[in-house]
Every structure is written in structure tokens, then in C-alpha cells.
Design a protein. Structure first.
Length: 129
């Protein structure tokens, strides 16, 4: 039996441009993974606090590295993005906002709100407001 090599190939991301809602959906899944990584780091911090002064000093040295600062920033953004996307899903659960223009507008609001909340948190943490 011969294999037909003239069949069309499946569409893929190099052929089609994802709509904003599709990108937001993928980002929501990625932030869920980032939240898991952040929670592992949070457990490390809590265990270092419970471990005494030496353990706490080692944790502070580790957390001062740029990689862990980036992970903490990513965790904060992931937390707020997940929160904003959850609010958006609650609006959808009420049966509202399924028009294409509204979907895109709410996606932009979701992105702006998660960035704003992250920046507010960072400024608050840095300046102690």
C-alpha cells in the first residue's frame, strides 16, 4: 500500500496568527506553571525562616541573586495575571462579553490591570508605602 504524500499538512502557528484571546489563554496556562514555581520558592523561604538564623542568612544570600529576583517578579505578575483572568472568567460565567470587540477590549484591560497591579506591588514593597 502506497502512502499518499500529497495530502495537505495541518495548520500550525507559523501559518496562522493567534487572536489576542488565544495568546491570553496560553499565557494563563504559563502563569499557572509560574505560580507553581513561585510556591516552591515560597515554601523554601518559609522553611528557611523556621530553620533559624543560619538558614535565614543562606536564604537571603540566595534570594539576592538576579535569577531569584526575576523569579519573584514573575511570581507576582503571574499571581495578578491569574487573578485578572479569573475575574474575566467570572464575567464570562455570567454569560456576558462574548462579542469579538469586547473580548479583545477585556483582554487588553486584563493585561493592563495585571501590569499595573504588579507595578503597584513593587513600588509599595520598595518604598514601604
Amino acid at each position: 500500500m502506497a502512502i499518499n504524500t500529497n495530502r495537505p499538512t495541518s495548520p500550525h502557528l507559523q501559518v496562522y496568527k493567534l487572536p489576542l484571546t488565544g495568546i491570553i489563554s496560553i499565557t494563563h496556562r504559563m502563569t499557572g506553571v509560574m505560580l507553581t514555581a513561585g510556591l516552591i520558592l515560597f515554601v523554601y523561604v518559609i522553611s528557611a525562616l523556621a530553620g533559624g538564623a543560619d538558614s535565614y542568612a543562606a536564604m537571603q544570600a540566595t534570594m539576592s541573586l538576579w535569577l531569584f529576583k526575576w523569579v519573584c517578579l514573575s511570581f507576582i505578575y503571574a499571581l495578578f495575571f491569574h487573578l485578572c483572568h479569573g475575574v474575566r472568567h467570572l464575567i464570562w460565567d455570567a454569560g456576558n462579553s462574548f462579542e469579538p470587540e469586547t473580548l479583545n477590549r477585556y483582554a487588553m484591560i486584563e493585561l493592563a490591570a495585571s501590569l499595573a497591579l504588579t507595578l503597584i506591588t513593587l513600588v509599595w514593597g520598595y518604598y514601604g508605602l
